[in-house]
Design a protein around this ligand. Structure first.
Ligand code: RB5
Length: 145
């Protein structure tokens, strides 16, 4: 299951994302926001990150104006590795090398077609493991995870 969320800036893209996930046959849970009315991105970033941290979601996708605020919020959570990806290349490497489990992007930064490629790549690229496993363990060992 993929947990998805946005603030008002990302709301329209989140609606498009739901269509894309349906097309890809991916199950998802929409954690809001549910309209384009102004809200605070941490409220939604925390919800999605909690799903991933608790293991109730395999992955998360967060959209705000830039993707940056959402990534800062999500990376506060245990076992979450959130990456802002603005290209399919970044999405591929965030999965292959960083085993990123939360994808963030900005609706004010990239067009929808690019965002759709980013999502497809993020969901289809496996983690490479090997030397990258040791590096990821070092990320989380700092906080005793
Ligand atoms: C909202 O205006 C904007 O600040 C927010 O969507 C996001 O870009 C924050 O990182």
């Amino acid at each position: 299951m993929i947990s998805i969320g946005s603030d008002h800036a990302g709301f329209q893209y989140k609606e498009q994302l739901k269509q894309l996930l349906d097309e890809l046959g991916q199950k998802f849970e929409d954690r809001g926001t549910m309209s384009a009315e102004s809200v605070d991105y941490p409220d939604y970033g925390h919800r999605v990150a909690l799903d991933v941290s608790a293991g109730t979601a395999d992955r998360g996708i967060l959209i705000c104006g830039t993707g940056i605020g959402m990534s800062i919020v999500a990376n506060k959570h245990r076992a979450v590795r959130a990456a802002v990806c603005e290209s399919a290349t970044a999405a591929r490497l965030a999965r292959a090398h960083n085993n990123a489990n939360v994808l963030c992007f900005g609706a004010r930064i990239i067009g929808w077609e690019v965002a759709a490629d980013v999502v497809r790549t993020f969901l289809s690229t496996p983690f490479e493991g090997q030397r990258h496993t040791r590096r990821i363990e070092k990320i989380h060992s700092l906080t005793g995870e």
